[in-house]
Design a protein around this ligand. Structure first.
Ligand SMILES: [Mg+2]
Length: 401
């Protein structure tokens, strides 16, 4: 079996939940790999600058090659061993410095997901089986609830939580900087005032009162604060039963993360941009309670699985970060099902049904607050052509047709 083409398609549309309850437009990059055997694979990459040119260059290199050699292809993209087509300077599109970040890693993830889907279809096995076998047939999901439009309206906070629970989810996450933006006199100095901390505690308290004590609630700090502020925040929220405090400070200093972890009561989650090696460093620095890897950032399912193994070595659980659409979410569920130390995975676009409808399966995207898995080959999905066409970004067509 040989690759005959690697193509991409950009889709976009409204995200009514957006940031802080305000609508935004969001886009996704879908990937399709075709072969001379008539089998194809579907993937999804972050639609970040530079991703598409890397996919085009690697796609051209991949034509005529064996799509089942997933490891060598991805490792070549991530660590610089993959020879690029064209003149020597074109090799800069690969990660020639072995820095697993930026467009090569983001592109590798989208391509790798498509190759796993293709491999599963070719071999007649679901991806979770190829990754070692599923520990569970449903992956629990936490909904990212960025915030509400009127932050002083405690009823709006209560309704935010009540609605998610009514729709079957038992795990939510709030974005810290969106909870009390009315109390941020200087967004640059990473400090937080006493009134802001009190407002945050009151508003998260309204959510907690509405959802009751048994619903898990996480908090994402988005690296917005300094150590001293993060410690005050953690201590002020200690009675609200928060499952975790994610990225309380910039994660470039693991020592700072460890300081926060040691001085307040909430478990620390981090790592949405970490490689397996960075997770090792974070655990060695005793900076982390919960590993938070992201398939689309780290270079795909295989690299994500490697990161979760690092967490397992430190007896730590994994909650996957996920900022992707239907394909990335289902792909993440496959790897999440195949690791023992799983807490669950994220979903951002519950207010934008078209995002989840970009792909179709025999089962719904969510059931009982989680992503159900099936025994269908590959990722067990196909793109919904009508939904994709309805959301083509300007200038786009159905994979070039
Ligand atoms: Mg985050």
């Amino acid at each position: 079996m040989q690759v005959t083409s690697v193509r991409t398609m950009r889709v976009e549309g409204p995200d009514p939940g957006g940031i802080g309850g305000k609508a935004r437009t969001y886009s996704f990059l879908l990937v399709r790999v075709d072969t001379d055997a008539g089998v194809h694979g579907i993937g999804e990459a972050l639609d970040f600058p530079g991703v598409r040119p890397v996919l085009e260059a690697v796609g051209a290199w991949l034509v005529g090659r064996d799509p089942l050699r997933i490891g060598p292809i991805v490792r070549g993209m991530l660590y610089g061993a993959l020879p690029a087509p064209g003149p020597a300077h074109a090799q800069s599109i690969m990660s020639a410095t072995a820095t697993v970040a930026g467009p090569p890693a983001w592109a590798a993830a989208g391509l790798e997901i498509a190759l796993w889907d293709l491999a599963g279809k070719a071999l007649g096995a679901p991806v979770h089986q190829l990754l070692g076998g599923a520990y569970r047939d449903r992956v629990r999901v936490y909904l990212d609830r960025s915030g509400v439009a009127e932050v002083t309206d405690l009823d709006a906070w209560a309704r935010l939580g009540e609605r998610a629970v009514a729709e079957g989810f038992d795990w939510l996450k709030l974005d810290l900087e969106q909870i009390a933006p009315d109390h941020q006199p200087d967004p640059w100095n990473r400090q937080i005032g006493t009134a802001a901390v009190a407002a945050i505690a009151e508003r998260i308290g309204a959510v907690r009162d509405a959802i009751g004590p048994d619903i898990d609630l996480g908090l994402d700090g988005h690296m917005s604060h300094d150590v001293e502020s993060a410690i005050r925040i953690g201590n002020a929220l200690g009675d609200l039963g928060l499952r975790w405090y994610e990225d309380p400070v910039p994660i470039t200093s693991l020592a700072s993360l460890a300081q926060v972890r040691n001085a307040q009561p909430i478990a620390i989650a981090a790592g949405e941009t970490f490689t397996a090696e960075q997770f090792r460093q974070a655990f060695e620095a005793e900076a982390l309670d919960i590993a938070h890897p992201d398939v689309l950032f780290i270079g795909g399912l295989g690299e994500a699985r490697r990161a979760t193994t690092v967490a397992d070595l430190w007896n730590a659980p994994v909650a996957f970060h996920d900022n992707g659409a239907a394909v990335a979410t289902i792909a993440t569920a496959h790897v999440a099902a195949s690791i023992p130390n799983l807490l669950g995975m994220e979903y951002h676009f519950h207010d934008a049904p078209w995002v989840g409808a970009l792909a179709r399966r025999d089962v719904p995207l969510f059931r009982d607050g989680g992503v159900p898995l099936t025994e269908a080959p590959g990722l067990g999905l196909e793109l919904d052509e009508r939904v994709c066409r309805d959301h083509l970004a300007p200038g786009e067509s159905w994979f070039g047709h």
